[in-house]
Write a protein that binds this ligand. Structure first.
Ligand SMILES: Cc1cc2nc3c(=O)[nH]c(=O)nc-3n(C[C@H](O)[C@H](O)[C@H](O)COP(=O)(O)OP(=O)(O)OC[C@H]3O[C@@H](n4cnc5c(N)ncnc54)[C@H](O)[C@@H]3O)c2cc1C
Length: 445
């Protein structure tokens, strides 16, 4: 049976029932990905040689969530003093492991988020650096029954008039294969999306951010936070390089949240994902793909040089949760996932049969999944002055930027969650943390 006993997998050598040894902090030696192949000048940035003894706000985590929260907090009059602590290199977690593809799901919040990212990229002059492009995402349905259900749901939504469907284009079975290029397509939907190079985007943002004076410390894992605040309402954040006293802590720790906040052990689980980079040789007859694609459990992000980043392979390892559930092992890949990508484009895309395309690289990354598939954002229950923004369920890009904007209002100005513009279902609550059932675990029973 798959249950909480698998939460901390054998690969981590962690007993299943011990909160003292939760799946813990980021591994020190993640395998490099296509996206992390180029070193960045701020990878190991430390604003000061030692940690300051105190700060108005300590942010834990230097991925998209942590850096963007700092960005919003500092782009205000009288910005607070912020220390941002990152366990490894800057942006070495999930954010570094994929190429953004943003969808118009969760209706208007996500659709608006695509344009919010575009606006920020342009405002900060990062468009060329992070290769930002607005494009179309094409979701392809291969299973006949699933395609029929999805089409029915689409028509129902069109009929009810409550959701803005203007950007969504439906392609029926007759044309699905030709329009998408995906063999065996029963139907497809397309909608506005964007893609960029997340690592370069985050580093560009950090560069701008550093002019506003935050203290950023790479390679500084937080080991614990005091269980209670002191008489002045300050928490103590402990690291191997010293401690910091602060009235406000933000956990932007994604998959690793429960190592510091054990109350989230059941609510947020580290899940291992796999990605590959596939390229055809020069002169190959392979058609140049311009959209991003979702195909079954896989997704594809074409590059301007004609190569493709393909993520997924879930069919190969989903039956064996010890490979992917509750593990933070991003220092090795598994053979089943690696071989899945061989000949992928030839098998599944029209016109690629004789392309000679080959897998150049396969890597793994750790995603934060919540038991109910919704992110946890807001005040940590029972810990005044502590906030969390984590668990975007492999779907952070269409949600993080506006969520960090909302969280910054809560932290910086005391605005209640309900007035931040974030979807109510994102709010972290005691009820969500304590719930006994887990749609996530049920999905693979
Ligand atoms: C293989 C893969 C494919 C993906 N594909 C997509 C996709 O197609 N579309 C999409 O929208 N999303 C995708 N995602 C998900 C996306 O990456 C995340 O939603 C997003 O990057 C989360 O950003 P984050 O800042 O919240 O977390 P992260 O980028 O994981 O950042 C958390 C940071 O916290 C640091 N940290 C944790 N604990 C500590 C500690 N104790 N002390 C100090 N620092 C700590 C970590 O080192 C890490 O850098 C994918 C993720 C992976 C791994």
């Amino acid at each position: 049976m798959v249950g909480t006993s698998l939460r901390y997998s054998k690969t981590d050598n962690v007993p299943s029932n011990s909160t003292a040894q939760l799946p813990s902090r980021p591994q020190s030696n993640p395998i490099p990905s296509f996206w992390t192949s180029q070193p960045q000048p701020l990878d190991d940035h430390r604003s000061t040689p030692t940690l300051p003894p105190s700060a108005s706000i300590v942010i834990i985590g230097g991925g998209f969530s942590g850096i963007a929260t700092a960005y919003h907090l500092l782009n205000t009059p009288n910005p607070p003093s912020i220390v941002l602590l990152e366990a490894r290199k800057i942006c070495s977690g999930a954010t570094a492991m994929y190429g953004l593809s943003a969808a118009a799901e969760l209706a208007s919040f996500e659709a608006v988020n695509v344009y919010a990212v575009k606006e920020l990229v342009e405002k900060e002059g990062l468009r060329e650096e992070c290769e930002f492009q607005v494009t179309r995402a094409v979701d392809v349905y291969l299973d006949e029954a699933h395609a029929r259900q999805t089409e029915e749901a689409y028509r129902e939504l069109m009929g009810c008039g409550g959701v803005d469907m203007r950007d969504i284009a439906f392609v029926s079975r007759k044309d699905a294969e030709k329009v998408s290029g995906v063999k065996g397509a029963h139907c497809a939907f397309s909608f506005t999306a964007a893609h960029l190079w997340p690592l370069k985007f985050i580093h560009g943002l950090l560069r701008q951010l550093l002019t506003k004076g935050p203290n950023v410390q790479a390679n500084t894992p937080v080991t614990s936070i005091s269980p209670a605040p002191d008489a002045h309402g300050n928490w103590t954040v402990h690291t191997p390089r010293g401690s910091i006293s602060t009235p406000k802590v933000i956990y932007a720790t994604n998959a690793y949240t429960c190592a510091l906040l054990p109350s989230y052990a059941r609510a947020i689980t580290p899940i291992r994902g796999f990605c590959s980079h596939i390229a055809a040789p020069r002169g190959s007859p392979a058609p140049h793909l311009v959209n991003t694609y979702a195909r079954s459990y896989d997704y594809l992000i074409p590059r301007t040089d004609g190569s493709i980043v393909v993520g997924g392979a879930r069919q190969r390892f989903w039956h064996a949760p010890e490979h992917w559930f509750g593990t933070v092992r991003d220092d090795k890949v598994i053979d089943e996932a690696v071989s899945y990508f061989d000949g992928y484009m030839q098998r599944h895309f029209r016109g690629w049969e004789d392309s000679g395309a080959k897998t150049e690289n396969v890597w793994t990354g750790i995603l934060g999944y919540s038991a109910d598939y919704m992110p946890h954002v807001g005040c940590v229950p029972g810990k005044p002055g502590q906030f969390v923004i984590a668990a975007f369920n492999g779907h952070g890009m269409p949600q993080i930027l506006l969520s960090t904007k909302g969280l910054a209002k809560m932290v910086g100005k005391g605005v209640p969650f309900e007035e931040t513009g974030m979807p109510r279902i994102f709010k972290t609550t005691k009820e969500r943390i304590d719930r006994k059932d887990s749609p996530l675990e049920e999905s693979f029973r």
